[in-house]
Every structure is written in C-alpha cells, then in structure tokens.
Design a protein around this ligand. Structure first.
Ligand SMILES: [Zn+2]
Length: 76
C-alpha cells in the first residue's frame, strides 16, 4: 500500500498540539498515549479530525468545514 500520509509513528515529538480557531479549540496530546489508544498506523490527518471532535469536520460544505490543524508540522 502506498504511504499517502504520515502516521503517529512518524511524529518526531513527544506531544502533538492541535488548534481550531473558528471553534476555539486547542489541545495538546501525548504521542505515546495516542499510539496506545489509536495504534501507530493512524494517519495524522485522520487523527486531527478525531482529536478535534468538531462537528464541522463532518460538514459536507468545504467552506464550512472545520479548520483544525496541527500547531507545528510533525511530518519529517
Ligand atoms: Zn473546528
């Protein structure tokens, strides 16, 4: 299978932080704990949506979709 996204196992830092400005959401997560919960193969873009737990991540309109992003880039 081609690797089209980085996974938790690729995160180079002990914690990852997400922020969603429109929702006022911000969080910091321990990577080891995330791996224990979701597994090392979870893709970072998917994880972002899971962590944000924002209604707008499931919005059908791309203009109304959640703007959650990682505070820093965790990709190698
Ligand atoms: Zn959001």
């Amino acid at each position: 299978m081609p690797r089209d996204a980085f996974t938790l196992a690729d995160a180079r830092e002990p914690t990852i932080e997400i922020v969603c400005q429109p929702c006022g959401r911000r969080g910091s997560y321990n990577v080891e704990r995330l791996i224990a919960k979701y597994g090392p193969d979870v893709k970072l873009p998917d994880l972002k949506a899971i962590l944000a737990d924002c209604e707008k991540t499931r919005s059908f309109s791309i203009y109304d979709r959640c703007k959650v992003r990682f505070v820093r880039s965790y990709e190698p």
